[in-house]
Design a protein around this ligand. Structure first.
Ligand SMILES: C[S@@+](CC[C@H](N)C(=O)[O-])C[C@H]1O[C@@H](n2cnc3c(N)ncnc32)[C@H](O)[C@@H]1O
Length: 258
């Protein structure tokens, strides 16, 4: 079902029109009385509903993003090690093939990587576009936002059409597994996001496309005890508190050293 966009702030009608066009969202003139919808207010774009579920939005300036920016643990944190940052001379170019609300991509861009965020859900892509806009206008985050590029596409297809010169060093993959809700204790405020975006049942095809496109490695984010994506076996892993990063080294997969 298509999620509509409602503009609650008349002064921002032009922005709402641009979002509606870019992400093919139906722009509606009345706030719905049920279901889920995107609402553009004076501050930001949110995914909302009439029920008790909290609003969902992407955020790179304040809150958890600010905390992560300031206390994130730098190159020593598991995600940084997983993408190969520790001790690296040059920063890898990363494609985040499952951008979601852009939190992982933001961590990688904060560490200095140029990150292309690919997202197929128009709702998630619109939320990230709005957050990127705000981050680009804030002095604390404008440099980080400048390293982040959003692409609204299905990554399986998008990765397979990349020109040789555009192939990234690393492809990062964090699909919404049917089991994620149980094992990763998805926060209540993400209920709306999960309801609208749904499970990603084609992760094996995405992993294959990622392996074909990446120059050095593919990193898959999983709950610490979750099963790896079916198909190709990981060549290594980085384990965090609640998260595991499965590493698919391209060299190891081609029969060389890991
Ligand atoms: C669990 S969320 C990712 C959360 C993200 N890592 C973050 O930090 O916010 C999974 C997202 O990947 C997107 N996705 C899954 N498969 C995709 C594909 N083949 N191409 C593009 N986006 C995809 C889904 O629409 C969903 O928004």
């Amino acid at each position: 079902m298509t999620t509509p966009l409602y503009c609650a702030e008349p002064a921002r009608h032009h922005t709402a029109q641009q979002l509606a066009e870019r992400f093919a969202l139906p722009l509606i003139t009345r706030r719905p009385s049920d279901g889920y919808w995107l609402e553009l207010g004076p501050e930001r774009l949110e995914l909302v509903t009439t029920g008790k579920q909290g609003a969902v939005y992407a955020e790179f300036v304040a809150g958890a993003a600010k905390h992560r920016r300031e206390q994130g643990g730098g190159r020593g944190q598991p995600v940084a090690k997983a993408i190969g940052l520790k001790g690296a001379d040059t920063l890898p170019r990363v494609v985040d093939a499952t951008a979601g609300l852009g939190r992982d991509a933001f961590v990688l861009a904060t560490l200095g990587c140029a990150v292309t965020l690919v997202e197929r859900s128009p709702v998630a892509a619109a939320l990230v576009a709005d957050a990127l806009d705000r981050a680009a206008g804030h002095p604390d985050t404008m440099d980080i936002a400048a390293r982040m590029t959003l692409v609204h596409a299905d990554a399986i297809r998008w990765l397979s059409t990349l020109a040789e010169a555009d192939r990234p060093d690393v492809v990062f993959v964090d699909p919404m597994f049917p089991d994620t809700g149980k094992s990763a204790a998805v926060k209540k405020d993400m209920t709306a996001f999960q309801a609208v975006v749904g499970d990603d049942l084609d992760s094996a095809a995405l992993l294959e496309a990622a392996i074909a496109a990446a120059k050095t490695r593919v990193v898959v984010k999983r709950p610490r005890l979750g099963a790896p994506i079916e198909g190709v076996k990981p060549s290594g892993e980085q384990i965090g508190k609640s998260t595991r990063f499965d590493i698919y080294s391209i060299k190891a997969l081609r029969g060389g050293a890991a």
